[in-house]
Ligand binder design. Sequence first.
Ligand code: F6R
Length: 242
Amino acid sequence: MTTRILEDYQTLSVTAADEIIAAVKSNPAAVLCLAAGDTPKLAYALLGQKAKNESVSFAGCTFIGLDEWVGIAPENEGTCRHFLYRNLFGPLGIRAAQIHLFDGLAKDLGGECNKMNDVIAGKKGIDLMLVGVGMNGHIGFNEPGTPVESYSHVVDLDSTTQTVGQKYFTQATALRQGITLGLKHFLGSGRGVLVAAGRKKAEVIRQALEGPLTTSMPASIIRRHANGIAILDAEAASLLKV
Ligand code: F6R
């Protein structure tokens, strides 16, 4: 794993966008799994112009959803689906046939997990997986304690995720469960990118990168990724020793 510490959120976002562009340059049919959330938002906003400048097309790529809130309607603007259409798929003109997202309203959530595992296996895995890190160290909705061997699964969200997740919703919303790709998907991806920005992420980043390698801190898995990179801004990196 390598770590890159950038001056601020702007330069972090440029670096994260460059990672995505590089993956598509090296494989125009890349399978990309890109997190929702505040951290990668600016990186996604930069992608369109960068792709144009570097003559990169996303038309041959496949997009895999990382996770979704269970039981929340897709038109709710707090959903990961809504976020991805608004910030990524819409602006980049990605076609529906290129997109595979979890249905958080599916009656058969287990079947939804199997379906996603099969899509990924059918594509021979994910080429680039970009994840944020939660205040409890989760990546995707792999909450503390999730086994490293996990594939897609349904999870009871921990209280931190239920509380922090309110920031995506315009009104108080009961967030009890999530559906998510597993840590094994992350470890198996061709390139694993973890992004974190801001002082509020500093302690969790310290634990993830310099604390024990443990399932209690899911983000520490980045250190086990053969081709992993942590992209941090100076504030998120401010408690690291090196
Ligand atoms: C979102 C996701 C979450 C977030 C994490 C950080 O798809 O999987 O794990 O990446 O909670 O969220 P932000 O970036 O909003 O701090």
